[in-house]
Design a protein around this ligand. Structure first.
Ligand SMILES: [Zn+2]
Length: 269
């Protein structure tokens, strides 16, 4: 079983209902905090998803190192430095190559303030093609996407989450049209894909509406959820626009939406 809580369905520009990236993805009961953008901890707390505060967070996954997907890592580590948390197993943080350098740079500013007090930070870099076992029988596979970076890391990742029964939820991260994403999403039960702009504002390294429609036609996931909407995209009826050339199921996410696999077991759409 997989639950995908979309707590941040916007891009870097926050707006009501579409704040920067934050996803809480629960695979067979094991929660993963994916892309903690600015305000992620606050939104997790407000949604009631971390009743034990940072002690409710075991694993963090970063698709890439842009601040709108990673900035609350600092907030998380500083909160874990408080004397109040009691969890003792490691806090695991996984991300693309460059993550360890980013953490070193954060430490060069904040020093020991970012050292979790009751547990150890265990950080690791994921190469495209690498998979992580998720406690409980699930798996997370990383694949390379096309989102050019000129610092910290040249690699940006998307993720395929698989539960023990083989159900599959795919998260695109940030990317332009990309063969790896088509392959990862082919036949997926759920595709959470960025849809940053209308076509007239198409931006390299991101997906515009017609590019998402083409991806959907090529990969035909059972359900497509549109996220990472900048204000001009969020103002549109994106599902209808994509529906003009694609007959599959598409939902335009709003912060707070929850999607559950298998479908029909609590899916909010
Ligand atoms: Zn982004």
């Amino acid at each position: 079983m997989i639950d995908v809580h979309v707590l941040g369905s916007g891009g870097a520009l926050p707006q009501a209902g579409h704040t920067p990236a934050t996803y809480w993805i629960v695979v067979d009961g094991e929660p993963l905090l994916v892309d903690p953008g600015p305000g992620a901890l606050v939104r997790l707390a407000a949604a009631g998803l971390i009743p034990a505060g940072t002690d409710s967070i075991g694993t963090v996954l970063l698709s890439h190192l842009h601040p709108d997907h990673s900035l609350d890592l600092v907030a998380l580590l500083f909160a874990a430095h408080s004397p109040l948390p009691v969890r003792t197993d490691p806090l695991r943080v996984w991300g693309p190559p460059g993550l360890l350098d980013l953490l070193d740079r954060f430490r060069s500013i904040y020093g020991s303030w970012l050292e979790p007090r009751s547990r150890r930070l265990e950080a690791g870099e994921l190469q495209p093609g690498q998979a992580l076992d998720v406690p409980g029988g699930g798996r997370c596979e990383a694949f390379a996407v096309d989102h050019p970076q000129d610092r910290l890391s040249g690699v940006c990742l998307g993720f395929r989450f698989l539960d023990a029964d083989g159900r599959c939820a795919v998260y695109s991260g940030d990317t332009g049209p990309c063969g790896n994403l088509v392959e990862a999403a082919r036949g997926a039960d759920l595709l959470v894909v960025e849809c940053s702009t209308p076509d007239e504002l198409a931006t390299p390294g991101h997906m515009a509406v017609s590019q998402v429609a083409e991806l959907c036609r090529n990969s035909r996931p059972a359900l497509t959820v549109l996220t990472h909407q900048y204000p001009p995209a969020a103002a549109l009826d994106l599902a209808s626009l994509i529906g003009a050339s694609y007959d599959g199921r598409v939902v335009q996410a709003v912060d707070g939406d929850v999607f559950t696999l298998p479908h029909g077991t609590g899916d909010s759409s």
